[in-house]
Design a protein around this ligand. Sequence first.
Ligand code: HEM
Length: 110
Amino acid sequence: MFSSDSLYGGISIAGEPNPGGGISGNRDETVIAEADRYIIDRERPRHHLSFGFGIHRCVGNRLAELQLQIIWEEILERLPVIEVKRPPKRVYSTFIKGYENLAVVIPRRA
Ligand code: HEM
């Protein structure tokens, strides 16, 4: 929610939901260095807002991380090379930074 002194174009938006808050927070260069770069071995990788913050922080966050770790371990063991053919088509959303379409080629293993 926007706070009581929040304005947009001079109009108060106090109390309105802020769907982009976590996304813009994750790009805050004063907190996260080179926030727009995907740095797989960055320091403090869990220091982000994608699972929310505070008392309603996602209760499934550890399970989600474990699922993603396992799925990538299994995929990369079977398919070590995955070539991205062209820039992906992104989901048009203020909330989800996802892919609508990502064309890849998986070469046959020798
Ligand atoms: C990558 C996967 C996931 C993402 C990005 C995600 C993200 C989030 C976000 C942003 C919230 C809202 C936090 C807030 O309101 O401040 C949330 C809440 C929640 N998530 Fe997740 N989540 C994921 C996976 C999961 C999984 C796997 C489970 C359960 C098995 C789960 C269960 C919940 C529950 C129960 C809440 C409500 C917590 C509350 O209101 O106290 N999530 N999640």
